[in-house]
Design a protein around this ligand. Structure first.
Ligand code: MN
Length: 244
């Protein structure tokens, strides 16, 4: 097993795109199994309505994650805005460790802050207010108390509504807020942040009072898929599979 850590996010797996699901399963069985750690920083699924949904693609993904953790790769999952209902049953069935919304890890000697990224988009007040509402234990218990078919129906309506809401929002509003990025780094007392969510991959330098920090934004998986690979010596981006 290689001394390396992999980062992915924003795969948005869904039943209507089986090739994308197949690509991920093959990634887990092959590339990921060679690494010591894999971090999935949210929006693995395009919609996740509860650990009791065993349909495609959830059942197969859980089995593949279990194979991966059984053979020794440590796998961590941080919730995205689309799959924040991933819960303890998922963790028990897969061996995947669930991280909080703000996680600090040691990346070969460099403390690194991990976030999905949606918390950094503070200019989108409508989204942030909705987020607060659905992240309470009360809302969670209420939603998960509904039968799965009802949650599916609700999710369909919500996607429609969210599509309409997005039309009125500028690209700036849906990107990270610089001050939110700086506070997150300063609160965590680290000089590196890795996140996804915005689908604007890149590496940015941030000037903090204590020195220069770095923000790495993971790419989403679309026609092409990428993984960021970190080791003690270097880091690089690797393509996954063939373009779909
Ligand atoms: Mn997201």
């Amino acid at each position: 097993m290689r001394q390396e850590t992999l980062f992915i996010s924003d795969l948005h797996l869904k039943a209507s795109e089986p090739k994308s699901v197949q690509r991920f399963l093959s990634f887990l069985d092959n590339r990921a199994s060679q690494a010591e750690r894999l971090f999935i920083l949210g929006d693995l699924f395009d919609a996740y309505l509860g650990d009791d949904d065993e349909g495609f693609p959830f059942g197969g993904v859980k089995k593949a994650l279990k194979r991966l953790t059984d053979q020794g790769t440590l796998v961590y999952f941080q919730a995205g805005n689309r799959d924040f209902l991933v819960d303890q049953d998922f963790s028990h069935q897969t061996g995947v460790e669930l991280l909080g919304d703000i996680a600090i890890i040691d990346l070969y000697g460099m403390p690194t802050l991990l976030m999905h990224g949606d918390l950094l988009c503070t200019d989108d007040l409508g989204y942030q207010n909705a987020r607060i509402r659905v992240r309470t234990p009360e809302w969670r218990a209420y939603a998960l108390g509904k039968p799965l078919w009802m949650r599916k129906l609700y999710a369909r309506w919500y996607r429609f509504k969210s599509g309409l809401d997005k039309r009125g929002k500028t690209m700036e509003i849906m990107d990270v807020n610089q001050e939110a990025v700086m506070s997150a780094l300063e609160d965590a007392e680290v000089y590196r942040l890795i996140h996804g969510h915005t689908h604007r991959p890149g590496i940015h330098t941030i000037h903090l009072p204590g020195g220069e920090a770095e923000r790495l934004v993971l790419p989403e998986w679309g026609e092409k898929a990428w993984v960021w690979v970190y080791s003690a010596e270097l880091r690089h981006q690797e393509p996954i599979g063939h373009p779909l």
